[in-house]
Design a protein around this ligand. Structure first.
Ligand SMILES: *[C@@H]1O[C@H](CO)[C@@H](O)[C@H](O)[C@H]1NC(C)=O
Length: 367
């Protein structure tokens, strides 16, 4: 009898949970691709030096101005663009934009800075102030402007991560993996924005190779980056640039040697591996915001990959448990160092690649 009551109580609880999930689950699931296994950890990112520590709130992207001797620029959650003087390492609040959603930033040939404001769209930030360049495309709002790059013809390629969720709910998009992201192109001559490639699984970093023969856009929730040809016979054609990345690709940046650096977000934890096995558990987790936030926090670690112009992964550096730097969102090479941005730090990481190479060789020799 007691067992019967217990069973009835369990059934009632399950039914009310099912009703709650059915009514309130914000996501419409599609099967998500399985994350590729990460390589053995090397923890080489733990060797970094911290720049601007304490003054930078979640500096997601970093731009290095080579012409200015390595001046660093980043955008933070307080709505400021910050700049570091290469000569004395001092940081200044350079330009105020406002909001909490400033992400990718990239220079424009006219001396202004192009900034992706996840909440507003593509911005131009100059001495005279802030101009909104694009907030919609073909009548559809740009929901989540994420990263941008300007081509030598003046066109700006930029990503709209998701048409379903904004920056504050980015993890919903990952979780749902419905692939509604887009690569967009802003034409400064006409002021119009067009769609270059759509149905992207969280459209994130955007980059151009040295010859600008194609444009790359990363799909975080599909562990790959695509390329769209801009020149030659295949112009307009899209194909895979790099796939099976050992994490979710975030920003991608061209290095001085023609190789790209891609920041990879952690994609796995024992808990995530468990709950993503069944669509029911995914739906239950997505229904409870606190549970979803907690699930996100189980994924720890930082990883960056160096990729050739042909799309081969040549090296991966990590901090496998995120002990020194966690959740790296951008990696940018300049003058033998890489500079690392993150949504989970209050500093920019600086790592000497010469030191990393010495350590890698030492490990190879001793094994
Ligand atoms: C650092 O250098 C910049 C540019 O030369 C200068 O404007 C700034 O005052 C310097 N800051 C410090 C703390 O020395």
């Amino acid at each position: 009898m007691a067992l019967g009551l217990f069973a009835a109580a369990v059934l009632a609880a399950a039914a009310s949970l099912a009703a709650h999930v059915g009514l309130n689950c914000p996501i419409e699931l599609v099967p998500s691709p399985t994350p590729p296994p990460p390589p053995p950890p090397n923890n080489l990112l733990q060797r970094l030096e911290k720049l601007g520590e304490g003054a930078l709130d979640a500096p997601e992207d970093v731009h290095v101005d080579a012409a200015a001797g390595g001046a660093l620029y980043t955008a933070t959650r307080d709505g400021w663009l910050h700049r570091m003087h290469p000569g004395n390492g001092s940081w200044e609040r350079w330009r105020f934009v406002g909001g909490t959603g400033l992400l990718g930033l990239t220079p424009s040939a006219d001396g202004t800075m192009l900034v992706c404001d996840a909440d507003k769209g593509l911005l131009r930030v100059g001495e005279e102030g802030v101009t909104l360049l694009a907030s919609e495309v073909d009548g559809s709002p740009i929901r989540f402007a994420d990263a941008a790059i300007e081509a030598s013809d003046g066109a700006v390629y930029f990503s709209d991560a998701s048409t379903r969720f904004g920056f504050d709910r980015w993890f919903h998009d990952f979780f749902e993996s419905r692939a509604t992201g887009r690569l967009l192109r802003y034409d400064p001559r006409t002021g119009h924005t067009t769609v270059v490639l759509d149905r992207l699984g969280f459209a994130n970093g955007v980059a151009l190779p040295r010859d600008e023969a194609f444009v790359v856009v990363c799909e975080s929730s599909r562990f790959r980056c695509m390329k769209v040809w801009l020149k030659g016979e295949k112009a307009g054609h899209a194909e895979t640039f790099v796939e099976n990345l050992p994490g979710c690709p975030d920003n991608i940046r061209l290095g001085s040697d023609g190789y790209f650096w891609i920041a990879l977000l952690p994609s796995r934890s024992p808990w995530m591996d468990l709950i993503t096995r069944w669509s029911l558990t995914k739906r239950v987790v997505a229904t409870f915001p606190a549970l979803l936030e907690w699930s996100k926090s189980t994924m720890k670690g930082a990883m960056v990959a160096q990729v050739s112009e042909g799309g081969d992964i040549v090296r991966v550096l990590d901090d496998s448990q995120g002990k020194v730097i966690n959740f790296v969102t951008s990696a940018n090479e300049f003058n033998g160092d890489i500079f690392l941005g993150s949504l989970a730090t209050n500093f920019i990481g600086k790592l000497s690649l010469a030191q990393v190479t010495t350590l890698e060789q030492g490990t190879a020799a001793s094994s």
